[in-house]
Design a protein around this ligand. Sequence first.
Ligand code: PEP
Length: 248
Amino acid sequence: MRGKLMVGNWKMNGSLAANAALLSDILAGMGELSCRAAVCVPAPYLAQAQRLLSGSALWLGAQDVSAHDAGAYTGEVSADMLRDFAVRYCIVGHSERRQYHGETDAQVAAKVQRALSAGITPIVCLGESLSEREAGLTEAVVKRQLAAVIQANGHCISEIVVAYEPVWAIGTGLTASPDQAQQVHAVLRAQLRAASAHAERVPIVYGGSMGAANAADLLAQPDVDGGLIGGAALRATEFLSLLTTASC
Ligand code: PEP
């Protein structure tokens, strides 16, 4: 059994004061969890979050990692640097990075390699745009995105987390229906099975306007192993209710 994995993506939100309040409320309300949970914080707050989460059941995550080891890459953060802060998970290839920073499938695959070699679990984001969905290209797009990661990472592929995040559902309030999500997750699961004997281990989480109103139905799907949560992860009560739903 994979169990559920619930990950908050704070994106470019927060401040020292706001983070302290949010994490303190989450930790105070968390109790015993039977799902795994993490928060991916902006890089400048890794040290603060590492300190506040120390000894808790909430794992620390980052939102991006450099495709390079070290050197003249101004502004980049390496996987080894993330490891210095006990980062357990790192989002890679989020659609906002692909869209606003032109990240290609090959760059995403290289970032996945860096994270894995530093012992950090990459959460690899895949998903189609609205026009791709409307053109019937959903399967082709997510398979192409995952294929690049599989090709570059070979037998390590069972160490990743996959996040299916339809671009049209991120931050829009639109959510894939449970059936739509399950359909794509099943395609990704089959692709992982063809690549690795250990594919069953790979959590495939859903992201895109997940909230208290839709989480239970999405998480009930056989191939939906958790959530990548943006907006709702910034509100302690809603994030906690998602953790409770995932723990059922
Ligand atoms: C995300 O940023 O990965 C995300 C899923 O955001 P939201 O939940 O706000 O749609």
